[in-house]
Design a protein around this ligand. Structure first.
Ligand SMILES: NC(=O)c1ccc[n+]([C@@H]2O[C@H](COP(=O)([O-])OP(=O)(O)OC[C@H]3O[C@@H](n4cnc5c(N)ncnc54)[C@H](O)[C@@H]3O)[C@@H](O)[C@H]2O)c1
Length: 256
């Protein structure tokens, strides 16, 4: 497809299903040297073969590491696994969840669980990756998967929007912290992307047809289209792009 990730070792969290799976497979299709993926489960929610099997079929080395992003040590273990290939060059903090109970009265326990994955998990991944990149003197790229829900708010996703807004600002703060070491940090804010998460999230699932009709391109996005945006931000084509939140939504947030 392209060779823009030539010689890069790419690490992706939440990569068994949906967007993370597509990011990992697309990285291989864009020439990655190796792809290391992690998730709490190995089988895709949408069915089919494990992500590593699909990547290996492309002739690219791949490893699956079982891990929960909300645990700092699991992120360290994941990044350590990339040492086999020379160390992480591109780290993608993709794992994220929605809640059945989201909204203004979101229960405390659910709110804390969501923040542990969507916010703590992203920071812990960026910490683990950047420490390794600095140790190797690599000009790495860290990509945080946020959401259009982190740029515009919605009453049905109070906790989710709060977490994703935090991810957008985290990318800017980390870009400042890590830029002197040559490490770039950016966020991607997907719009409505056709995954199991979109189809099963209460409120969001019902709203998705309305989103589609208001989207200038009049369709939902495909996970691979987020994979292509990640490939750009992970590659040297974006060598002067840092602290940016790239909206990939078919134009939805651009219109009223
Ligand atoms: N689908 C959309 O329309 C959309 C829009 C905006 C943002 N996003 C974001 O994109 C990311 C991926 O979403 P998706 O639609 O592919 O969802 P998905 O549910 O299809 O896939 C998410 C994956 O993350 C894994 N995961 C969940 N908790 C984890 C944990 N604690 N540690 C490690 N892995 C964990 C799941 O097992 C799953 O494989 C999420 O951060 C989501 O918030 C999705």
């Amino acid at each position: 497809m392209s060779n823009i990730l030539n010689s890069k070792v790419v690490v992706v969290t939440g990569a068994s299903s949906g967007i993370g799976r597509a990011i990992a497979i697309r990285a291989a299709e864009h020439g990655a040297k190796a792809v290391v993926v992690s998730d709490v489960v190995e089988m895709p929610r949408e069915g089919g073969e494990p992500t590593v099997t699909a990547i290996q079929a492309l002739g690219v080395p791949a490893r699956f590491i079982h891990g929960d992003v909300s645990k700092r040590i699991d992120n360290d273990t994941l990044v350590e696994a990339a040492e086999e290939f020379g160390g992480v060059d591109v780290f993608v903090a993709n794992a994220g969840i929605t809640l059945r109970t989201d909204g203004v009265d979101v229960p405390e326990e659910d709110y804390r669980r969501l923040m542990a994955v969507n916010l703590d998990g992203v920071l812990f991944g960026a910490q683990a990756a950047s420490q390794r990149m600095k140790a190797h003197g690599k000009a790495g790229s860290i990509v945080l998967i946020a959401s259009m829900g982190g740029i515009a708010g919605a009453g049905i996703t109070v906790a989710y929007s709060t977490s994703k807004g935090g991810v957008v600002l985290m990318a800017k703060a980390l870009a400042d912290a890590l830029g002197p070491a040559g490490i770039r940090v950016n966020a991607i804010a997907p719009g409505t992307i056709d995954t199991v998460l979109l189809r099963t999230s209460p409120g969001i699932a019902e709203a998705s047809e309305g989103f589609r009709q208001r989207t200038p391109l009049r369709r939902l996005g495909q996970p691979s289209e987020i994979g292509d945006a990640v490939a750009y931000l992970g590659s040297d084509l974006s060598s002067y792009v840092s602290g940016h939140a790239l909206v990939v939504d078919g134009g939805l947030l651009a219109v009223i």
